[in-house]
Design a binder for this molecule. Structure first.
Ligand code: GLU
Length: 304
């Protein structure tokens, strides 16, 4: 299959559309990103890489990292983590406080902000050096040490993190945060600030297309059962209150981030990462979502 030609023809159709979205306005460093950027990369479990556009330019992966932090916590703690965070779609925005009050500080799933903050707290409790150990976990998947945190983006988010601080305080009041709030949030902001290219995102996520084994380093990162479960949570919860829409239109498990990235996984085949910084009203990349819909339609293959 020549994916490159498919990428180029979908991109030329999409570039005639009005990209009405906006870059993430609540994080100054992200608001300032060039909205015209576009990159896409696909990495197969056999190790073939196809890409198009700005596929070698680093961008802030933001909530895409929540899949990796969950993978690390789940691989270390197993099903115990489900006592503190659920696996149900929330049907609410990524930073919503509403359900948390009703549900006594237990977030619906690990991909909304509240759930990812609980996962950060779990990692702060179990890792000796959370920042260092987490990067090493990613480096082990991709076999490359160039992926790093971006301190300007982390600081920029921290400077106006009003809603995330409200979430963590509410959960602490319910006893669902063990560590010092500032420590947990610094780790959370650092994780969200990680920058990767679409080539790198596609490579890192290819382990979820390959039953938890990195096709690059041949290391078992997750058991096959854990990999299946994480794909299932991406399918049902990866796009906040647009998760149903993404499943309907694209037909693959995936995860978005407010940096404009989206990753999707076709188990047994490939993972694909796309980056276009302008977001729709639900906080998901507008062109990125349309691109993936056009892609699975063009190749006539999804998990359904
Ligand atoms: N760091 C962002 C936040 O906590 C992540 C949100 C996202 O990418 O969806 O608001």
């Amino acid at each position: 299959m020549n994916y490159q030609e498919t990428f180029s023809s979908i991109h030329s159709v999409l570039s005639t559309l009005d990209n009405t979205g906006q870059t993430a306005q609540y994080i100054p460093e992200l608001a300032a990103v060039n909205p015209q950027k576009f990159g896409v990369s696909l990495y197969t479990i056999k190790g073939e890489l196809y890409n198009f556009g700005n596929a070698q330019e680093k961008f802030s992966i933001q909530s895409i990292v929540k899949v990796l932090s969950l993978a690390m916590a789940y691989s270390r703690q197993g099903a115990q983590i489900w006592e503190r965070v659920g696996v149900e779609p929330s049907g609410t925005p990524f930073n919503s406080l509403v359900q948390l009050e009703y549900e006594q500080g237990i977030p619906r799933n690990p991909f909304i902000n509240a759930g990812a903050i609980v996962v950060s707290d779990i990692l702060v409790s179990i890792l000796q050096n959370p920042e260092k150990d987490f990067l090493e976990f990613i480096h082990e998947i991709i076999g490359d040490k160039s992926i790093q945190y971006n301190s300007s983006i982390a600081e920029s988010e921290k400077s106006c993190a009003y809603r995330n601080l409200a979430l963590v305080h509410l959960m602490k009041s319910f006893g669902n945060i063990e560590n010092d709030i500032d420590r947990v949030m610094d780790f959370y902001f650092n994780m969200c600030s990680i920058c990767m290219t679409t080539d790198e995102v596609a490579k890192v996520f290819s382990m979820l297309a390959n039953k938890g084994i990195s096709p690059i380093t041949n290391t078992e990162i997750l058991s096959s059962s854990s990999s299946k479960r994480i794909n299932a949570i991406m399918q049902t919860c990866g796009f906040y209150d647009e998760s149903g829409e993404f499943a309907y239109r694209v037909g693959l498990p995936g995860k978005s981030g407010v940096g404009g990235g989206i990753v999707a996984v076709h188990p047994g085949q490939y993972s694909i990462a796309v980056w276009s910084p302008k977001l729709n009203a639900k906080g998901n990349s507008l062109i990125g979502s349309k691109f993936l819909e056009a892609f699975t339609t063009a190749i006539n293959a999804s998990i359904f």
